[in-house]
Ligand binder design. Structure first.
Ligand code: E4P
Length: 243
């Protein structure tokens, strides 16, 4: 069900996580009370120039010991992924181990997820884009251990499909495991935070760039229109344009 009433940031029920791997940005976000957790991934870490995965993670965890934070395994072999997951899980009580839904050979990670869940490891299953994947994962997750199911709604939207119906259905599927929370991953615009909230999605993970737009929430549209006109005028003036 979609609750279409307008919500302010303070009233959001959806928890905002900060998605990124730039240490300064992560600490900045972690210090904000409205940021309830953090996520990373190997692509973000590469982009941030990280070369020593473990040293980076341990360093970040020294400064962020209390909010949930996800670190992803990066092997393509399930046995190796399992070893990495065991190691990563030992880095802190607030650590969630991100497991991609398949390896690069399209083999499902379901058995691995089941084994890790039975060892009470907190998991964040990532790169999910179909409801079949959600159903397969939810069967394997431990009902006594907190976990996240990350659907890449923005990537679904990138294919020209509206992710909202799928996300609504996923919220329903996850009700069978109350310890498992749905993450709206890869948001593409600030509106996605309010869409996630309206459908009862528990978490949304947002990059710092998108979070900068939070100041705009609820802004008067006449004022915003005027700001935009001023921006064009000031830029044209400072560029010295003439016709
Ligand atoms: C989530 O945990 C991912 O790190 C992230 O949302 C991926 O976003 P992208 O689709 O923009 O790469």
């Amino acid at each position: 069900m979609i609750d279409r009433s307008f919500t302010t940031v303070a009233n959001l029920r959806t928890k905002i996580f900060a998605d990124g791997a730039d240490k300064a940005g992560m600490l900045d976000m972690a210090a904000k009370p409205f940021i309830k957790g953090l996520t990373t991934n190997p692509t973000l870490m590469k982009k941030a120039g990280i070369t020593n995965y473990k040293a980076f993670a341990l360093d970040v965890l020294k400064d962020i010991p209390n909010k949930p934070i996800s670190f992803e395994v990066f092997s393509d072999d399930f046995l190796e992924m399992e070893k990495q997951a065991n190691e990563i899980a030992g880095w802190g009580d607030n650590v969630y181990v991100k497991i991609p839904i398949t390896n690069t050979r399209r083999e499902g990670a379901y058995d691995l997820i089941g084994r890790l869940a039975n060892k009470n490891i907190k998991l964040n299953i990532t790169a999910i884009m179909t409801l079949d994947q959600v159903r397969g994962v939810i069967e394997k997750l431990n009902p006594n251990v907190p976990s996240y199911v990350s659907i890449f709604a923005g990537r679904i939207a990138d294919t020209g499909r509206d992710p909202l119906p799928l996300m609504i259905e996923a919220v329903t599927i996850l009700k069978s495991n109350p310890m498992s929370e749905l993450i709206w991953a890869s948001p593409r615009e600030l509106l996605n935070i309010f869409q996630a909230d309206a459908i009862g999605c528990q978490v949304i993970t947002v990059t710092n760039d998108l979070l900068k737009k939070l100041d705009l929430v609820g802004k008067d549209l006449d004022e915003y229109s005027l700001d935009t006109v001023k921006m064009f005028y000031n830029d044209a003036t400072s560029a010295g344009f003439t016709i």
